[in-house]
Structure formats: structure tokens, C-alpha cells
Design a protein around this ligand. Structure first.
Ligand SMILES: [Zn+2]
Ligand SMILES: [Zn+2]
Length: 360
């Protein structure tokens, strides 16, 4: 039993079950600490009970490592594995059609993990590709990337991509739709990216006609590929299903503080009509506290002929496994797989982001 793999798997399973990144951090930190040690060094630490002398290792992580080194599946990991169940009913067909995720965050903006941890987890989930879409400069609360930082990130992504074999790490951005509808990043830099998700994050309550103009302008920008969480709503925290879920639940981090947020008002037929006309995909955001667009708007977008992108908006590796939440809703609404851009092969996807007319 590989102790590093055991620690990473515990982190993944906790996050999948909505534990906070903070709570999971100890397991990831422990994995990083022991990764450089060879088998003999680890075995010696276990024999002499000196694992906890290492930085960041406590009794819980040391117990996991000890059991793994002794050739047993760690008790805590076995408990978590035994509790693994589908997150939601339905959506299995669409989920199996998905090949990647086009909306994810790393610790470069407000995510909790390094790019590599996100990418490797996407590989383990069976994805063929993942777009990294950290926030843009004006979203300072989320440590949005300036043009300079995004350029540095592009270098990091290119280097990492070389080590990931056939898996494609696609450089992207979740760019803010500013109040006037322009996008919050240099156009030349947006040109270099594989995928641009454009989202409204500020002034969500502006009046209906102004919000409609704002969104239409963003959709008409040729850089925009995906319209992110279009209503911006946040649902109030749900009643948790089990005590374990209750402990570290952070899925509704924002809603826990605010008690939810109503959807913003806009002329939905006009907005979805523009998306359909421009070939911009409407995101089906999988986050349980978002479930955006709501059912009525999802039905309208489908009827209007829009493309869709079923994305996790993951801020932590375990959240990359949240696609079933969106797939269940999409399948219930009757969204066919061929209208879902992240069910397309990566080459078709990237040909489409260039001109929005390509279809597989
Ligand atoms: Zn967003
Ligand atoms: Zn996001």
C-alpha cells in the first residue's frame, strides 16, 4: 500500500463529500512531506515511531502512513471508501459521455490546491482534458491573476503539460464580465488561451436592462467561449444528509455566510438567443450551491438551441468529481450529449473555441 497515494485518496474522498479544503490540507501536506522519503527511511520512522517529528505530521496522518507501510489498507481510508456512493441519482449517461472539465481553479486564484494536484486528479477521474480557469484581475477577493501572473501561469501550464502525457491541460481563464460588458483581461492574452469562461461576479443586482446589455456585450466578444453561472444565484445551505457531511461542509461556504443570493435579472430569451447565434456555450454549473442555470432557464436555453458545458467550477481536487450534479439536471432537462462541448474530443473542442462554428 503506497502511503502517499493513501493520503491523497483520503483528501480526494473528503472533498468529494464536501469537506473543507482546510480540513483536507493536513492529508495533502503529509503526502508532500513523505513523498521524498524512500521505503527504508519510512520503515525506520514507523519502527521508531518518529513520523510525527516530521513537519506537518500529526497522530492521524501518522496512523495512516504506519498502516500503509505495514501493508494494510489504512482504517480511515477503508471507512471512507466503504461510504462512497453516487452523489446524486440520474445523469449517468451524460456523465459517461463527458471527456473533460472546462471550469476549474487552482491556488493561483481562490482554489485550494496547486495546478498539478488538480490536473493529476483529473487524470485519475478519467478525463482526457481539463481547462484551468483561474480568476481575472478585478476579482481581488479571489486573488485574480494580473496579466503578468497569467503569463507566468501559461509558462507553468506549458511545462506541466509536457509531463502529463496524452492528457491535455488547456490554459484558460474565468474572466470577469465588467459592468459595461467588457472582459477583464488583455485581448491579446485572451487570444493565447484555449478556453475563455466569462462570468458576472459583481453588481449582480443591477437592473434588468443594464444586466442584459452587459451580458450581450460579453457574449458578442469573440473571445467568450462559455457563459459561466449565468444567474449568479447561490442557494441557501441544504440540510446535510449525515453527521460526517455536517462536520466539514464548505460546499456552501458563501451561502453559509449570506443565506443564499437571488438570481440576477436579465432578458433570458435575448441572452440565450445571442449565445445560440454566436455559438457561445451556456455553462451548467455543477456546484451544489449554484445549480445554475435554474431549471426553467435551462429548458429555455435548450429550446433556444444553445450549446452547453457541464463544469464543476472545482476549487479543490475532490470537487472535480461533482459533474454528476450537473449531469443529473441536464439529463432530466433532456440535454443531448452532442450539444455538450465537453463531451467532444479535445481537438474538436479547441477547433470550436477558435471560431465557434466547428462541430465534431
Ligand atoms: Zn465564477
Ligand atoms: Zn469559477
Amino acid at each position: 500500500v503506497d502511503p502517499v497515494a493513501a493520503l491523497r485518496r483520503i483528501g480526494f474522498l473528503l472533498e468529494r463529500e464536501h469537506a473543507s479544503t482546510y480540513r483536507v490540507k493536513a492529508y495533502r501536506a503529509a503526502a508532500l512531506t513523505i513523498a521524498p522519503l524512500d521505503d527504508d527511511q519510512l520503515a525506520h520512522r514507523v519502527r521508531t515511531r518518529t513520523l510525527t517529528d516530521l513537519p506537518g505530521l500529526g497522530p492521524k496522518t501518522a496512523a495512516v502512513i504506519t498502516e500503509a507501510v505495514q501493508g494494510r489498507v489504512p482504517t480511515y481510508l477503508a471507512e471512507l471508501e466503504a461510504a462512497v456512493a453516487p452523489l446524486v441519482e440520474g445523469g449517468e449517461q451524460l456523465r459517461s459521455a463527458l471527456r473533460g472539465d472546462l471550469h476549474t481553479h487552482s491556488d493561483w486564484s481562490d482554489g485550494g490546491s496547486p495546478i498539478e494536484e488538480m490536473a493529476v486528479t483529473a487524470v485519475e477521474l478519467g478525463h482526457e482534458y481539463m481547462a484551468l480557469t483561474d480568476h481575472s484581475p478585478r476579482l481581488t477577493v479571489a486573488n485574480g491573476l494580473t496579466a503578468g501572473r497569467l503569463r507566468r501561469q501559461l509558462d507553468v501550464v506549458r511545462q506541466l503539460a509536457e509531463r502529463l502525457g496524452t492528457f491535455r491541460l488547456v490554459p484558460g481563464i474565468e474572466v470577469d464580465i465588467l459592468e459595461d460588458g467588457t472582459l477583464d483581461q488583455e485581448p491579446e492574452l485572451l487570444d493565447e488561451l484555449g478556453v475563455v469562461v466569462a462570468s458576472v461576479h459583481s453588481k449582480l443586482r443591477m437592473d434588468r436592462s443594464a444586466m442584459t446589455r452587459r451580458m450581450l456585450r460579453a457574449i458578442s466578444d469573440p473571445h467568450t467561449d462559455v457563459l459561466g453561472h449565468c444567474t449568479g444565484r447561490l442557494l441557501a445551505p441544504r440540510v446535510e444528509r449525515s453527521p460526517r457531511r455536517r462536520q466539514g461542509s464548505s460546499a456552501g461556504r458563501n451561502t453559509a455566510e449570506t443565506g443564499g443570493r437571488p438570481q440576477s435579472e436579465f432578458d433570458a430569451p435575448a441572452v440565450f438567443g445571442a449565445c445560440a447565434e454566436r455559438g457561445v456555450a451556456v455553462e451548467i454549473n455543477c456546484r451544489p450551491e449554484r445549480q445554475d442555470p435554474p431549471d426553467d432557464l435551462l429548458a429555455l436555453a435548450l429550446e433556444t438551441g444553445c450549446l452547453f458545458s457541464i463544469d464543476t467550477d472545482a476549487h479543490a481536487p475532490g470537487q472535480l468529481d461533482w459533474q454528476p450534479y450537473g449531469c443529473a439536471r441536464a439529463e432530466a432537462a433532456g440535454v443531448p450529449a452532442e450539444r455538450v462541448i465537453n463531451a467532444w474530443p479535445v481537438d474538436d473542442l479547441l477547433a470550436w473555441t477558435r471560431d465557434h462554428t466547428h462541430r465534431p
